[in-house]
Design a protein. Structure first.
Lengths: 416, 180
C-alpha cells in the first residue's frame, strides 16, 4: 500500500462497499414535520382543558417527538394578585419546576435553593413544568413532560428543558405563544447518556450551554455548547488535575459568545466557589483555559453561594457571606465591580430578612435582581420556625416582596 | 359538549405533505451514501442506519425552518453529530463493561473478515482519533470534499480544516505504528 492517505481512502471505500446500492431501509418519518399548535375546544365558548383529551393529545404527540403542551386554564391562584409594577426589563414570564426542595417537619421552607438547577434523585414519574407570569404569579401553562427534568433554562423567546428518558438525555424547546397556546419541540441536539446538571440559553436562543454530571470523554467532559437550530456541538473537557472540581450554574453574557460559569474547587486547596468566563468562540477545548473573575474576592470567601455575572459583564452579583469583604451583613445581596473589585450593597440584610442562594435573575446592568430571601413572619406558624421564604425584587437598592411568588421559592426557576 | 382536538388545518397540512415528499426524495437519493459514511465512521451497519434515520427525521421536523438547498449539508452534519454521539456512548460502554471487550473483539473480527485485516487496522485507528480529526479525514479522503465543504459540514473555519487534517494524519500514522 502506498501513502497513508491512500491507505485511509482504500479502507474507507472497503467499509463503504459493504453497503450495497439500494439496500437502505425504508424511511420512517415522525407524524408531523411542523411545530404544531393544538387547542382544546368545547364548542367555541370557552377554551377548556379536559384531562382525558389533553392526556390523549400529549401521548399522541409525544410519539412524534413534537407536541404541544396541555394547558391549564383557570390557573391556580397563589396569594394576592396585584399587577406588580416590575422593573424595566424584568422578564414577564419564567419557567418553574415546582416543589423540589426538601420539606421536613420543622424545617419547612428553609432548604436552600442552590441554583437554577439542582442535583437530585430522579422521581419515579415523569414531571410537570409551569410557565408563570412574574407580575401576578399566575400559572399560564402547565406542561407535562415525557420524562425526568434534570435542568431548565430560558431565553427571551423560549424556555428549554433537558430531559432524561430511557437513560438518554434529550433537549426540548418550549414556547408560550399566546394565552392558551404553548408549544414544545425536541431539539436536534444529539441525545446523550450523561445527565445534564446545569444549563443556560444564549440571549438569542441560538445556543444552549450545559454541563454534565458524568464525564463524557477520555477526560472528564464538563461543558458543551450546542446549536438549537442544527444540533452541532462544541465541547470542553477538564484536565485530569482539575478532576476534583465541578461545574455550577452558568449564564451567558449579552454578547452571546461569553459564558460565565461557577466552578467549585480549583488549584487552591480549599473547595472555594469561583466564577469563570469562557469565550465560546475562541479556539481550544480546555475548560480551565477560561478566565477567573475577581479571584481575590472569591478566595476571600466573599460570597455564601453561587454568583451571577451581569449580562453586560460589569458586576458579579451574589449573596454576601459576611461584611469582611463585601462590607454588608451576611445575607445581603451585593454587586462587585469587575473593573475595580469594589462592592456595592443592593440589599442590606437584617435579622428579619436574609437572602440566600443564587440570584434568580439579574438585569443587564446588574442593578435589578430577583432573589430568594427568608423573611420573619408574624404570627409564627410552628412549622416555619418564624420565617417564610419569599422572592424579593431588588431595584437599585429598594426591595419589594412579591408574595404571589412565595410558592416559587420552593422550586427552581429559569428566568430569561 | 364533548371536547375535541383541533389540529392545524389547510395550508399547514399541505406544507406537511410537501415536507414529507421532499425529505423522502432526498432520502432516496442520498440514504445509501450517508449510510456508507456512517459505516466508515462507526463500523456498524445497524447503528449507521439508525443514525441516518434519526438525521432524516430531524430534517423533517425542521424542514420549514431550513433553506431547501442546504438540506443535504444539514443532514450530513446531523449524521456526523449522530456518529459522534454513538462513538462516545460506545466508548463509555466499553470502559464500563469488561464483557464488552469480547463483543468489540468479535465485531472487529467480523469487520476484518469483510474488508480485510489491513483496512480494518486503518479503520480501527481512525476511530481512536478525536471526533474532529476523524471527521476531517473521512470527509476529505473518503467523500473527497473540498476545504470549504468540510468546514461547512463540521461547523469550523476553513482555515482550521487544513491544520486539523494534517494533525489527524500524523496522529493516525502514529496509531498505526503503535499497533504494528
Amino acid at each position: 500500500m502506498n501513502t497513508l492517505e491512500e491507505r485511509l481512502g482504500a479502507a474507507a471505500r472497503a467499509a463503504a462497499g459493504t453497503v450495497a446500492d439500494g439496500s437502505a431501509p425504508p424511511l420512517v418519518l415522525p407524524r408531523r414535520a411542523r411545530r404544531l399548535t393544538w387547542r382544546i375546544w368545547d364548542g367555541g365558548r370557552h377554551p377548556w382543558l379536559v384531562a382525558a383529551a389533553a392526556a390523549a393529545a400529549v401521548l399522541a404527540l409525544i410519539s412524534a417527538s413534537v407536541f404541544a403542551a396541555d394547558l391549564v386554564p383557570g390557573a391556580r391562584s397563589r396569594a394576592p394578585k396585584p399587577a406588580a409594577q416590575l422593573a424595566d426589563g424584568a422578564p414577564a414570564y419564567f419557567l418553574e419546576f415546582p416543589g423540589l426542595n426538601q420539606v421536613t417537619a420543622g424545617m419547612k421552607r428553609v432548604a436552600p435553593i442552590i441554583g437554577r438547577s439542582v442535583t437530585r434523585t430522579l422521581p419515579r414519574k415523569p414531571e410537570t413544568l409551569r410557565i408563570v407570569a412574574t407580575a401576578t404569579g399566575k400559572v399560564v401553562a402547565t406542561i407535562k413532560m415525557p420524562g425526568y427534568v434534570t435542568a431548565i433554562a430560558a431565553s427571551p423567546g423560549a424556555f428549554y428543558a433537558a430531559l432524561l428518558l430511557g437513560g438518554v438525555t434529550r433537549f426540548y424547546e418550549i414556547r408560550h405563544v399566546r394565552p392558551g397556546v404553548t408549544t414544545m419541540v425536541m431539539l436536534p441536539i444529539p441525545p446523550d447518556r450523561a445527565q445534564v446538571e446545569f444549563m443556560a440559553a444564549s440571549p438569542d436562543g441560538a445556543k444552549l450551554a450545559f454541563s454534565t454530571l458524568a464525564g463524557r470523554g477520555p477526560n472528564a467532559l464538563n461543558l458543551a455548547v450546542a446549536s438549537t437550530a442544527d444540533g452541532s456541538e462544541r465541547e470542553w473537557t477538564t484536565p485530569a488535575r482539575y478532576s476534583a472540581g465541578s461545574m455550577g450554574p452558568m449564564n451567558w453574557l449579552a454578547d452571546g459568545r461569553t459564558l460565565a460559569f461557577n466552578w467549585s474547587g480549583s488549584l487552591a486547596a480549599s473547595a472555594v466557589i469561583s466564577l469563570r468566563v469562557l469565550d465560546t468562540e475562541a479556539p481550544g477545548t480546555d475548560v480551565m483555559a477560561s478566565k477567573a473573575v475577581l479571584p481575590s474576592v472569591y478566595e476571600a470567601h466573599a460570597f455564601s453561594s453561587y454568583t451571577t455575572l451581569s449580562p453586560n459583564g460589569r458586576d458579579v452579583v451574589g449573596v454576601a457571606s459576611g461584611s469582611r469583604v463585601s462590607q454588608a451583613p451576611q445575607g445581603s445581596v451585593v454587586a462587585f465591580s469587575t473593573a475595580t473589585g469594589k462592592p456595592a450593597a443592593l440589599f442590606r440584610a437584617s435579622p428579619r430578612s436574609i437572602c440566600f442562594g443564587l440570584p434568580l435573575w439579574v438585569s443587564n446592568a446588574g442593578s435589578v435582581v430577583l432573589a430568594a430571601c427568608s423573611l420573619a413572619v408574624k404570627p409564627t406558624p410552628p412549622a416555619m420556625q418564624g420565617y417564610a421564604v419569599s422572592i424579593l425584587l431588588i431595584d437599585h437598592g429598594h426591595a419589594t416582596r412579591l408574595p404571589w411568588l412565595d410558592a416559587t421559592a420552593e422550586g427552581f426557576t429559569a428566568f430569561p | 359538549m364533548e371536547p375535541k382536538l383541533l389540529a392545524a388545518q389547510g395550508p399547514a397540512r399541505s406544507q406537511d405533505t410537501g415536507a414529507r415528499a421532499a425529505v423522502t426524495a432526498l432520502y432516496q437519493a442520498h440514504a445509501v451514501g450517508l449510510i456508507r459514511l456512517a459505516v466508515v465512521m462507526l463500523g456498524d451497519r445497524s447503528a449507521a442506519e439508525d443514525v441516518v434515520q434519526d438525521a432524516f427525521a430531524g430534517l423533517y421536523r425542521r424542514w420549514n425552518h431550513l433553506d431547501e438547498h442546504r438540506a443535504l449539508g444539514y443532514v450530513r452534519a446531523s449524521v456526523l453529530n449522530g456518529c459522534r454521539s454513538r462513538l462516545r456512548a460506545k466508548a463509555r460502554d466499553e470502559r464500563l463493561a469488561a464483557a464488552s471487550q469480547a463483543t468489540a473483539a468479535a465485531a472487529s473480527a467480523e469487520q476484518a473478515a469483510l474488508i480485510g485485516e489491513e483496512h480494518a487496522a486503518v479503520l480501527a485507528a481512525l476511530r481512536r482519533l478525536p471526533d474532529r480529526q476523524r471527521e476531517a479525514l473521512v470527509l476529505r479522503y473518503y467523500l473527497g470534499l473540498s476545504g470549504p465543504e468540510i468546514a461547512a459540514s463540521m461547523g469550523i473555519h476553513t482555515g482550521t480544516v487544513k491544520s486539523t487534517t494534517s494533525r489527524a494524519l500524523a496522529a493516525l500514522g502514529r496509531l498505526l505504528e503503535e499497533t504494528r
